[in-house]
Design a protein. Structure first.
Length: 150
């Protein structure tokens, strides 16, 4: 496999219940071994959560929505989501959810090609033009609600 230049950087965030006073930072959350994290199974969110709190404290669900519902119902104490997904859940539950701290990972996204593909160079050129003229920022502000820089 070969990859294009990155078109977006995302970061993993810890989403928690608004007003939860058992912790004041991501570090305090991590240090409290009684707290559990919900994630969608087989995602970079799951990998990041395991790296953050350890596999024994991570509950994996089939969808992001089920992971968020676990938090809202009190079955989880936090949810790990990337900053491209988290804003939609915050918008749906503005009084119930908040982001704890800053993103604790950075992951660059690009397009996948077969090794040696003739498409890599023109796609990279298009990404460069779109980055330079602000098109990437406009598209991400409109459709994803985060900037390409995460």
């Amino acid at each position: 496999m070969a990859f294009s230049d990155p078109y977006m950087a995302i970061g993993q965030l810890l989403l928690v219940g608004a007003g939860d006073d058992r912790f004041a930072s991501t570090e305090e959350f991590v240090a409290n071994e009684d707290l559990r994290v919900a994630v969608q199974i087989a995602t970079t969110n799951e990998e990041a959560a395991i790296g953050l709190v350890g596999e024994a404290r991570v509950d994996s669900f089939d969808t992001y929505g089920l992971a968020v519902e676990a938090l809202l119902s009190g079955d989880a104490d936090g949810v790990v989501l990337d900053n491209a997904i988290a804003p939609s859940y915050l918008a749906q539950h503005p009084d119930d959810l908040v982001i704890m701290g800053e993103a604790f990972t950075t992951e660059e996204l690009g397009f996948i090609f077969q090794q040696g593909s003739d498409l890599i160079e023109p796609v990279n050129a298009a990404i460069a033009v779109m980055r330079a003229d602000g098109t990437l920022d406009m598209l991400f502000d409109k459709w994803i609600a985060v900037s390409p820089e995460g």
